[in-house]
Design a protein around this ligand. Structure first.
Ligand code: ADP
Length: 295
């Protein structure tokens, strides 16, 4: 089962080119789509989810031409959008039952069992009869997962799932996502590097509508090997270093600033070579396209 995206482009009516000739081949397992805000992640996710159309290019999933036959894709799709908008005054149990009916599960008893099992799985069983509008952020996210998983989808799209969650909620959410079957294509769109390094066995970095990197997170990090350097500097020196070097990260450490920079050869100046991580690789990739100070 493969999701194949070929030469996909989209320019909005205001002239913004959100997708610029995207090519990606995504197999089963957890795929991380990483990019800064405005990179085009949601545009790509919404296009795959058949909520909007592209100007050119093709998307095929498991034999389905997504743009020619959106209904067939919707039948095998589970989608957790970035924003649900307003949460209704209806209980989780009732809404899930309704959604399961829409997905074609006609037998009432079967639907009840399915909904109850799903509520147990996302740990919302105890609060199943409360209105969704009263749920906390983490509970809403878990409900989002439940509605995306109902009906056993083959393609699951999760758009920016951990934004706004506290660390404990994020962990719970990671555990839930990592349980998803090996036989499903799961696309996780995020600007949080940790989401990808924790969960994904394949990933791409997109920026300004283009694919900048694609591969296993360890392969992406490996390309950066030998090119990441660090040095602790004082606050007032940062600007000067930013002008002189390609700074990919700056962290506050005991009142000083720990700079990470990208350099193909030893930059001298007291920098020491470090073993890069995915964050270094990601910021180094996008720093060739966008100014990191502004993101
Ligand atoms: P991301 O999800 O990575 O933050 P988006 O796909 O939301 O990126 O946005 C990519 C670019 O397209 C941004 O410059 C954004 O402002 C623009 N954009 C997104 N949706 C629309 C729209 N409906 N109309 C016009 N521009 C849009």
């Amino acid at each position: 089962m493969i999701l194949e995206i070929k030469n996909l482009s989209k320019t909005y009516s205001n002239g913004v080119k959100a997708l610029n000739d995207i090519n990606l081949s995504i197999g089963t397992g957890m795929f991380g789509l990483l990019g800064p805000n405005g990179a085009g992640k949601s545009s790509l996710m919404r296009t795959i989810a058949t909520l909007q159309t592209a100007d050119s290019g093709t998307i095929t999933f498991d034999g389905i031409d997504v743009q020619q036959n959106p209904q067939a894709l919707r039948e095998v799709l589970g989608y957790l959008p970035q924003e649900f908008g307003v949460y209704p005054r209806i209980s989780a149990e009732m809404l899930l039952d309704h959604l399961a009916a829409l997905k074609g599960i006609d037998n009432k008893k079967e639907r009840k069992e399915l909904v109850e099992a799903m509520l147990q799985r996302v740990n919302l069983f105890k609060v199943r009869s409360k209105y969704l509008s009263t749920y906390s952020g983490g509970m809403k996210q878990r409900f989002g997962i439940a509605q995306a998983l109902i009906g056993n989808p083959k393609l699951i799209i999760v758009d920016e799932p951990t934004a706004g969650l506290d660390p404990a909620e994020r962990n719970r959410f990671y555990n839930l996502l990592s349980e998803l079957g090996e036989n499903t294509v799961v696309i996780l769109s995020t600007h949080i590097v940790e989401d990808v390094s924790t969960l994904c066995s394949d990933m791409a970095v997109i920026c300004l509508g283009e694919v900048m990197e694609h591969g296993h997170p360890l392969e992406v990090v490996k390309k950066m090997e030998g090119k990441a350097w660090r040095k602790t500097v004082s606050r007032n020196e940062v600007e000067q270093y930013r002008n002189e070097f390609r700074v990919i990260a700056s962290h506050l450490r005991a009142g000083k600033i720990l700079l990470h920079i990208y350099a193909e050869t030893d930059p001298g100046n007291g920098f020491e070579r470090i073993s890069p991580n995915l964050e270094d690789a990601y910021f180094s990739t996008i720093s060739s396209k966008v100014d990191l100070v502004t993101i």
